[in-house]
Design a protein around this ligand. Sequence first.
Ligand code: GCO
Length: 261
Amino acid sequence: MELFDLKGKVAIVTGGTHGLGMSIAKGLGLAGATLVINGHTPSKMEEALKTYKSLGVTAHGYLFDVTNEDEVKQSVAKIESEVGPIDILVNNAGIIKRVPMLEMEVDAFKEVLDVNVVGSFIMAKHIVPGMITRGGGKVINLCSMMSELGRNTVGAYAAAKGGLKMLTRNMATEWAKHNIQVNAIGPGYFATSQTAPIRVAGHPFNEFIVNRTPAGKWGDPDELMGVAVFLGSKASDFMNGQVLYVDGGILATIGKPSNEN
Ligand code: GCO
């Protein structure tokens, strides 16, 4: 449908060489967008671009650190010169460190906030002015269950993803008048490399999540493609500051005893 058609649009996805970022980028590419994939590992970028090519989507790779403002500024200028003006910014790049807070080094805590929150701010700071000049654009931030819920050992990540929820609302507040829609995707628990350590068969967390999720399974990253296309397309032109949770029902329920179906 034309409403969801992204032909002629340029979408940049940070951290788009793997995991949820790759699935989100795939969705945007299959809907017609030209992809700009950010990463920081050459080998992962090379593999990712082969994957995008095999899917028949147009993708360009750029290696830079989203927390380094000079690199972002130079890369955005290079991208908009070589590929074209950016219409859709997906702030997906993020890190997690699973450490009990009292054992966590301050530098480690700051790094989690830096990549997840400050990086998203820096990317928007250097892409949104062009969107304003061109009459509009889309910003999609990646929130999390930890934007709403706490969990042992992920205090820095929860502070970051909770902050990113409010940053999404503030971006929407300041930029909606420029026809820029800023929203977020809040994934539940998905089968990615980031969750691999807590998803191994027999790991207590693996069973816990399957039981805690009404859909009774870990999410497949490609199950985020649809919400990404929606938030990147005309179909969401009157949505601002919302977090769309794709979580198999986790936030809908208090959960159930492990012996209950
Ligand atoms: C964890 C997980 C979560 C998920 C995701 C949930 O350690 O609890 O890694 O953080 O990755 O963010 O929305």
